[in-house]
Structures are given as structure tokens and as C-alpha cells.
Design a protein around this ligand. Structure first.
Ligand code: GSH
Length: 209
């Protein structure tokens, strides 16, 4: 397996999951920051011009939620992951919400404002609204994170996703440690996992900045 990732992007969740599962994999970095997700070379791999991409050799998978479910089904036994229908349905519920309601919503408003309007004079109001929406959805996430343990009980595909969104919250100006105690507790629990630290070191990231 080969993961195409950009440091700190939504591909972080897949990177963590691959490291957790302990199956052999390679990585190739394509930075969203320098436009290398939009080169002809990367567009051949993923015509959407995005990460994550998981190259399985005979086919290519895109979309965080699809890749995370593929890894859960295929290698979940390595970690004794729960693959019962109820847990998988809840995982889809979480990951779709993160991808559409958070990433494509307020995060895009704040970081990819130019994709939402041709008129730069609209940027600041779109970003201000994005920051407000971000706080609203982060408050909802905070309320859904339990006071102990992982999000769906046992460790699941959802937990690595929440590490990246936690980091994004800090980068988007939210005070995650003060205002989101359940999420901070969950993130600290994730930081106790060696795989999470390995990947953060490889991508040269801190969840706090
Ligand atoms: N819905 C996709 C979103 C993928 C996505 O937006 N990836 C971003 C990085 S977080 C990206 O590659 N952006 C580069 C671009 O769109 O040019 C998923 O869940 O995988």
C-alpha cells in the first residue's frame, strides 16, 4: 500500500491508521501548500487533485471515510477493531459529518475562501462566518465526545480523524485546551498511542499549533 499525504491535512487520519495496523506501507508526500496535489503527476493518481489517496497496487482509493473503512474491514483484526454493523454505521455517521459538515463547510470557508467567491472583497465576511460556524460545529463535536474512552467505545476509524480536526481547531484560533475539555482529553489519550506519535513526528506536526 502507498499513501499519498500532505503534512497536517485530512490524510493524517489515514496515516495514523496505517501506522496503527502495522501492515507494510509506503508514503509519498504531495503538499497542498505548494500546489503539488494539482500537478499532472498527482492528477493522474487522483483526478480530484487531493489527498489522501491509498494506492492498493491494483486500484486506487480516495476519500478519508472510504479508506478508513477499507482499512478497518481488511486489517481491523490486527487491532481487534469492532466491525459490527452498528459501530460501522456510527463511524460513517461521524466521518461523513467531519468531511462534509466541518471540512467542506467552515474549514473551507476559513482556509479556501477563494473557492467560494470570485470577489476578494467578500473574503473577510465569509471567513468571519466560517469561524462562527466552526465554533458551533466544534461545540457539537465536544458534546458528542465521551468523558472517558474512545468515541465509539473501543478504538475505531473515527479516533484518528479527530486528532487532525483538533489540531485544525488550534490553528484556526480556537482555544482547544480551554474550551473543548472532552476533545482535549481524547486527544491526550490518542497521544499515548505510539503510532500517533510516530506519524506526528514523521509529518513534523504538533497538535497544539
Ligand atoms: N472529501 C475528501 C476531501 C479531501 C481534501 O479536501 N483533501 C485536501 C487536504 S485536507 C486536499 O487535498 N486539498 C488540496 C486541494 O483541494 O487542492 C476526503 O474526505 O478525503
Amino acid at each position: 500500500m502507498k499513501l499519498y499525504y500532505s503534512p497536517g491535512a485530512c490524510s493524517l487520519a489515514v496515516h495514523i491508521m496505517l501506522e496503527e495496523l502495522g501492515e507494510p506501507y509506503q508514503t509519498e508526500m504531495v503538499s497542498t501548500g505548494n500546489g503539488s496535489t494539482r500537478t499532472d503527476k498527482h492528477l493522474t493518481v487522483n483526478p480530484k487533485g487531493q489527498v489522501p489517496v491509498l494506492d492498493l497496487g491494483n486500484e486506487v482509493l480516495t476519500e478519508v471515510s472510504a479508506i478508513m473503512l477499507y482499512l478497518t474491514f481488511t486489517f481491523g483484526a490486527n487491532l481487534d477493531l469492532d466491525t459490527s454493523p452498528n459501530t460501522l454505521v456510527r463511524a460513517v455517521e461521524w466521518m461523513n459529518w467531519l468531511s462534509s459538515g466541518v471540512h467542506a463547510g467552515p474549514v473551507t470557508q476559513c482556509w479556501n475562501t477563494d473557492r467560494l467567491t470570485e470577489d476578494p472583497s467578500h473574503h473577510s465576511s465569509i471567513q468571519a462566518k466560517g469561524r462562527k460556524r466552526l465554533r458551533d460545529v466544534y461545540n457539537l463535536i465536544e458534546r458528542k465526545i465521551p468523558k472517558t474512552g474512545y468515541v465509539l467505545g473501543g478504538f475505531s476509524a473515527v479516533d484518528p480523524c479527530l486528532v487532525g480536526y483538533f489540531r485544525w481547531g488550534n490553528r484556526l484560533g480556537l482555544d482547544m485546551r480551554t474550551d473543548f475539555p472532552n476533545w482535549t482529553r481524547h486527544c491526550l489519550q490518542m497521544l499515548e498511542r505510539p503510532a500517533v506519535n510516530t506519524v506526528l513526528a514523521e509529518e513534523k506536526l504538533s497538535v497544539w499549533e
